[in-house]
Design a binder for this molecule. Structure first.
Ligand code: NAD
Length: 341
């Protein structure tokens, strides 16, 4: 089986590529990535060391995409994944995240190949997500109670990033319905782990560990600058394992949408993340407060994994401490990756 991973030199794509190369017998793995994300050149070198070829192609360029060799399956991990960036450069996000999906789908039609699409929890409506938390309670720690399943509302605004992800999902469903091809759509919450070159607005878990490790400063941004906002976090290794399982069972389980995340037990506030990072690195750093909240930020997101567990008998195997420790070990081992934080 020939598998193309778009965004294959990104954090998620490169880890999946290497995992499948090691664990999926008989699979030939290829990457498509224009290496625009900071750190993607380092990830590309990792791919080369496993003999995985990267096609340096801009996904927005249809001619270049359609002339790639034939594949049996596409795992689409290519995107501008930062919410705030998507608001600052809407044209770019529209072209990469939506036109890019369209180009890949036309390639799938040509090859008669199936797709696994990496979507996001950010397809859900911002206002509905905000309503899960009582506004007045943002001055205190938020209780981790509610979980969000696949039926949660997607009709109202969710950020341009969220829109391009939801529109890509709909595009996949429309085109594949017509062509009798098969898809799986995975709406992931926060994913974290080694080889993630995190920024304040995307990839905050490695950013938190690295800033503590390197004794640099950080910010609690939004919701009064108290650090009470909550996210559930999933280890990249768990992402690789569920994807490998989805490929193995593709003939039986397809044309489904799944929410996948760390779930309740892997949900954490920024404040608690800080204290875990302090313990791990033995460093205490300055964390400044920026009270103002972006219109596109949400105080709380925790995935409901019920459907994915039921379909695949899979659940996350790594907890939040494992995730932080693996990032710490990575930073310790590879000096060159520290410059990115
Ligand atoms: N990391 C997360 O927490 C998370 C959570 C939910 C969903 N996702 C989704 O998973 C996918 C991978 O995310 P990631 O965290 O690995 O992001 P990433 O930025 O590390 O990887 C994306 C890759 O796409 C490449 N790319 C960007 N624009 C391109 C273009 N025009 N042409 C070709 N390549 C281009 C970048 O160089 C980068 O290597 C994305 O679709 C994202 O929306 C990620």
């Amino acid at each position: 089986m020939k598998i193309l991973i778009t965004g294959g030199s990104g954090f998620v794509g490169s880890n999946i590529a290497i995992y499948l190369k090691k664990n999926l017998k008989g699979a030939k793995i290829y990457s498509l990535d224009n290496l625009s994300r900071k750190g993607s050149i380092i990830n590309k070198k990792r791919l080369s060391s496993y003999n995985i070829k990267n096609f340096r192609v801009n996904i927005e360029n249809f001619k270049n995409v359609i002339s790639l060799p034939k594949f049996n399956l596409v795992i689409d991990c290519c995107a501008e994944p930062a919410i705030e960036a998507s608001e600052k450069s809407p044209d770019k996000v529209f072209r990469t995240n939506l036109v890019g999906t369209y180009n890949i789908l036309k390639k799938c039609i040509k090859d008669k190949s199936n797709i696994i699409f990496l979507s996001s929890s950010r397809v859900y409506s911002i206002e509905k997500l905000k309503k899960l938390i009582n506004k007045n309670n943002l001055n205190r720690p938020i209780k981790i109670q509610k979980v969000i399943n696949e039926k949660f509302e997607t009709f109202s605004a969710s950020s341009l990033y969220g829109f391009t992800k939801l529109a890509s999902e709909k595009l996949i469903q429309e085109i594949f319905f017509k062509k009798d091809l098969k898809y799986i759509i995975n709406r992931f919450g926060v994913i974290a782990g080694p080889w993630q070159f995190g920024k304040q607005d995307q990839g905050f878990i490695p950013l938190w560990v690295a800033k503590h490790y390197l004794k640099k400063k950080l910010f609690y941004i939004g919701f009064g600058g108290k650090g009470h906002q909550i996210r559930d976090v999933l280890h990249i290794k768990d992402v690789c394992e569920i994807l490998a399982l989805q490929i193995k069972k593709f003939k039986k389980i397809n044309n489904e949408i799944f929410n996948i995340g760390g779930g309740k037990i892997n949900a954490i506030s920024l404040l608690d993340l800080t204290s875990k990072c302090e313990k791990l690195t033995k460093n205490k750093i300055i964390i400044k407060k920026i009270s103002k909240t972006s219109k596109f930020d949400i105080p709380y997101y925790v995935s409901d994994n019920k459907k994915i567990i039921k379909f695949y008998k899979w659940k996350p195997s790594k907890n939040i401490d494992d995730i932080l420790e693996d990032i710490y070990i990575w930073l310790n081992k590879f000096k060159n990756v520290r410059n990115f934080f």
